[in-house]
Design a binder for this molecule. Structure first.
Ligand SMILES: Cc1cc2nc3c(=O)[nH]c(=O)nc-3n(C[C@H](O)[C@H](O)[C@H](O)COP(=O)(O)OP(=O)(O)OC[C@H]3O[C@@H](n4cnc5c(N)ncnc54)[C@H](O)[C@@H]3O)c2cc1C
Length: 415
């Protein structure tokens, strides 16, 4: 009987385990997990609801949501895509629902439904799971020994024919040593999906942007100055800086650039993305001509939250009681600039509480995308976040875990 050992009982490892065990009953499947928890990230993901995938019907648009690994996921998605995830769970009693922004969750709104489903499958197909059993060394087949040997933290030496490394990402390069020892190279780990901290300014009587904490601005467009990085969508002002979908998207696509800049950078914010400085100025002049007698603070023609409008007026040196007709040319220009090219000085990052991933991992050039098999060592596979693949927020990282776990299962079945 051939044996597969899967290292790591996360989404990718368990998904591969249950599928390969079902499709290949003559294979012994063992999952080794160093902690005492199975599927720990699935449990806490999506605020306990598990955002398990994203409603995308086209592989080419979905794959663009992966700042690293776009070409790789295009291949794994060919055999297991979003509709397959939905069907796979539905066939096992877990119905899913789609939120307005495309994120998909179990109808129960609980990640426990996903965990229960996966563990039922594991039981049904005799997947053996060992907790408190980490692997610290993988010795590939050598000479007459045709099997892999795994050294575990429980001082066991386990032999097997196939190995899947599904240990998730690691924040430090040294933690990949058990993989680099095999001759594989890694792309250095760096954080992705974080929020932007505001530079602490000197004490002043003037309000700060962070005083507006809790304000959400729906149609913003953000650019990182000096780069080509830009993103649109809602922005949330927090007590430490900026968060929300546009910020998280920028943090994912800009992970490397911002890391290299030591997280000191300038963000140019357009608070009303339907306008640019030129037509915002025209709108301001129009207001001045039409509603001259009205107080500027009380008439906000850009659809912004009132607190932000008042803040931007102050930043443009406009007095709270000033009328539209009293607006000087300098103030008009300044207001258009504050609205469409607001300058936010960022200093540092804060990890996003609901979802964070490590960018970096096993170099993709050394792994065959269709099977996720090592190009260096036959019968050694990688799935999930250990690979140098990461998606933006919204269910993309779990979809990669399911798809790569599936690719490994299919490849082992075919051997
Ligand atoms: C708080 C949070 C919320 C998230 N929410 C979402 C979300 O809603 N949607 C989404 O798409 N993504 C989400 N993500 C990202 C997603 O959870 C991960 O991308 C995904 O879990 C990766 O799956 P994985 O199986 O590759 O790794 P993991 O889930 O990290 O599992 C790896 C397992 O391997 C074990 N392990 C590590 N080293 C060893 C070893 N040497 N020996 C044995 N075992 C080992 C670990 O203990 C772990 O149990 C979230 C992440 C976090 C942290």
């Amino acid at each position: 009987m051939s044996k597969l050992i899967i290292i790591g009982a996360g989404a990718a490892g368990i998904f591969c385990a249950v599928n390969v065990a079902r499709m290949c009953p003559q294979l012994q499947v063992i999952v080794l997990e160093k902690s005492n928890h199975l599927l720990a990230k699935v449990r806490i993901s999506g605020g306990g609801r598990c955002n398990l995938t994203h409603a995308h019907e086209s592989i080419s648009t979905m794959s663009k949501c992966y700042p690293r690994g776009e070409q790789f996921v295009k291949k794994t998605f060919q055999s297991f895509f979003t509709k397959d995830t939905i069907e796979w769970f539905a066939q096992r009693g877990v119905k899913t629902k789609t939120e307005a922004d495309g994120r998909m969750f179990p109808e129960s709104n609980s990640s426990e439904s996903i965990i229960e489903c996966l563990l039922n499958e594991a039981k049904k197909y005799n997947v053996e799971i060992k907790l408190h059993c980490g692997v610290d060394k993988i010795i590939p087949p050598l000479g007459t020994n045709k099997q892999f040997t795994l050294n575990t933290t429980t001082q066991e030496k386990m032999q097997c024919d196939f190995v899947l490394v599904a240990t998730g990402g690691f924040p430090k390069a040294e933690q990949f040593q058990f993989i680099t020892a095999l001759g594989h190279s890694i792309s250095n780990p760096i954080p992705s999906l974080f929020t932007f901290n505001a530079t602490k300014s000197a004490k002043t009587h003037l309000p700060k942007l962070t005083d507006l904490m809790g304000v959400v601005v729906q149609d913003t467009h953000l650019k990182i100055k000096g780069t080509k990085l830009e993103a649109s969508g809602p922005t949330l002002i927090t007590h430490w800086g900026l968060s929300g979908p546009a910020v998280l998207t920028l943090s994912a696509y800009g992970a490397k650039v911002l890391y290299d800049a030591d997280y000191l950078y300038e963000v140019q914010i357009n608070w009303c993305a339907f306008f640019n400085e030129t037509n915002a100025l025209e709108k301001i002049r129009e207001m001045r001509n039409m509603l001259g007698a009205q107080t500027i603070a009380l008439r906000n023609p850009f659809g912004l939250p009132n607190r932000l409008w008042e803040f931007l007026l102050q930043s443009a040196e406009i007095q709270p009681k000033q009328k539209w007709s009293e607006l000087q040319a300098k103030q008009q220009n300044l207001l258009a600039k504050q609205l469409c090219s607001y300058n936010f000085l960022a200093n540092g990052k804060t990890t996003y509480k609901d979802e964070f991933v490590t960018a970096g991992g096993v170099t993709l050039a050394e792994v065959t995308p269709h099977s996720c098999e090592s190009k260096l060592i036959p019968n050694l596979f990688f799935a999930g976040e250990i690979l140098d693949v990461d998606g933006k927020t919204g269910g993309f990282n779990f979809q990669h875990a399911w798809s790569s776990g599936w690719a490994v299962a299919k490849a082992i079945v075919a051997k």
